[in-house]
Design a binder for this molecule. Structure first.
Ligand code: UD1
Ligand code: CA
Length: 426
């Protein structure tokens, strides 16, 4: 079996954020969750090393059931320091940086497939800024120099250390105790093992990898660039599965959304943690934690968490929250919150479920074949039974029995020629 050790203890200073680096998200899923998911497809022997904001990161990954360690950052700072007190269990051990969310199972597998004492990963970059440089002599790797320790010549080297390595267990056992912190950052660099191993004649192989899969996230700019790659992967996958996405570069689909049957997503939509089945989502709609089945949503609609919309049509500027709509039409300008609306019901333009009285939230229940006239306010808690007509402009603050008309309307008064008197013209 293989062992994977994920390094995620660093401060991530360059992110300039209160959020621990590895909890920053791409397409709504944190970096560290991507890495653990990919690792788990290869082995169940996984260790993760935390320190900075330990409790917060630990809480976010507890469900994965992997071994969690705390690095002693005072005593042993750095990527080499991270490994000082970690049990080395399996014969082949892969070290992954926690800030490389784009890595895939296929890429990880390559490291285990090569026979060597050490397999390291290198990338050739036009802009190597931020990475450790790989010094290569006569086609062989000699050492890795961190950017902060590099001289002018070394800074020009286009080959960088991608930050993933496979070590045979005995190699780590031998060299980790030999690491020191004589460098610009006063840290124990894992990368120093390479130079020592090369000098001692070990079989060190370099695997050339690409930035699409190995990009390290150190800044919010890196995060944005990686998110674009991740989001494209997600959209490509769904398009392959048969989803139509209009102008995909304008659409955001998160890592947790799913599509089934024939779906079409128009430009500018944002879809998070939702399940969309046989539905069309028109331009610039936002859908979050919802199930949309056999329905048409938008353009410019907002469907918020805990909503379930089945066989329905939701039009522009309609906001739905925590509501269950089944065979409902709500075409324009409405707020439907904490409600349950049954089949054949039409919600007129400007209808508002007044679900909040300033202290608590209440439910609105609307039965079958109800006609809710435009600009009605339904003051929850309220139950409207089947076959009810609510006249336009009504304020409904009582339950309404089956088959009734509800109308609340101040009588209209008409004053003849008032306009001319008021403005003094004829
Ligand atoms: C590291 C490599 C560099 C490589 C780059 C690739 C070292 C010394 N340098 O640099 O050669 O080009 O990755 O992305 O390894 N971490 C710990 N404990 C620590 C410090 C870091 O667990 O004490 C973790 C971080 O949380 C992070 C990962 O190790 O997930 C990499 O740390 P980071 O500080 O980003 O290293 P780089 O400077 O990018
Ligand atoms: Ca990094």
């Amino acid at each position: 079996m293989f062992q994977i050790i994920i390094l995620a203890a660093g401060k991530g200073t360059r992110m300039k954020s209160q959020t621990p680096k590895v909890l920053h998200t791409l397409c709504n899923k944190s970096m560290i969750h991507y890495i653990i998911d990919q690792s788990k497809k290869i082995t169940s022997s996984i260790d993760i090393i935390l320190a900075h904001k330990y409790e917060e990161v630990k809480k976010s990954i507890e469900k994965f059931n992997i071994r969690i360690h705390k690095q002693n950052l005072e005593k042993y700072p750095g990527t080499g320091g991270a490994l000082k007190e970690i049990p080395l269990i399996e014969d082949k051990i892969l070290i992954l940086n926690g800030d490389m969310p784009l890595i895939t199972t296929e890429e990880i597998q390559k490291f285990f497939d090569i026979d060597a004492d050490i397999v390291m990963s290198i990338m050739k970059l036009n802009n190597p800024d931020g990475y450790g440089r790989v010094v290569i002599q006569n086609g062989n790797v000699k050492k890795i120099v961190e950017q902060k320790d590099a001289n002018e010549e070394e800074l020009k080297i286009p080959y960088v250390n991608a930050g993933v390595y496979m070590f045979k267990k005995e190699v780590l056992e031998k060299y980790i105790p030999l690491l020191n912190n004589n460098n610009a950052q006063k840290e124990y660099y894992l990368t120093d093992i390479i130079e020592m191993a090369v000098r001692n004649g070990l079989n060190v192989k370099a695997l050339e990898v690409n930035e699409e899969d190995f990009k390290g996230i150190n800044s919010k700019k890196d995060l944005a660039e990686a998110e674009k790659i991740m989001c494209n992967r997600i959209k490509d996958k769904w398009m392959k599965e048969g989803v139509i996405i209009r102008l995909p570069e304008t659409v955001f689909i998160d890592a947790y959304s799913e599509f089934d049957g024939e779906c079409e997503i128009e430009s500018g939509c944002v879809i998070k943690k939702s399940k969309i089945i046989n539905s069309k989502i028109k331009a610039n709609s936002v859908i979050e934690e919802a199930v949309i089945n056999n329905s048409e949503i938008g353009p410019m609609a907002r469907i918020r968490p805990k909503s379930e919309i089945i066989d329905s049509k939701i039009g522009n500027f309609v906001e739905v929250k925590a509501s269950k709509l089944n065979d409902v039409k709500a075409g324009h300008l409405s707020y439907l919150g904490d409600s349950e609306i049954d089949s054949g019901t039409n919600i007129g333009a400007g209808t508002i479920t007044c679900n909040y009285d300033g202290k608590a939230k209440y439910k609105t229940k609307i039965g079958k074949n109800v006609f809710v006239g435009s600009d009605s306010q339904l003051i929850a808690p309220v139950v409207i039974e089947d076959d009810v007509i609510i006249a336009a402009g009504s304020t409904v603050n009582k339950d309404i029995k089956k088959g009734s008309l509800a109308i609340s309307r101040a009588p209209l008064k008409i004053v003849k020629n008032f306009y001319y008197k008021f403005f003094g013209k004829k």
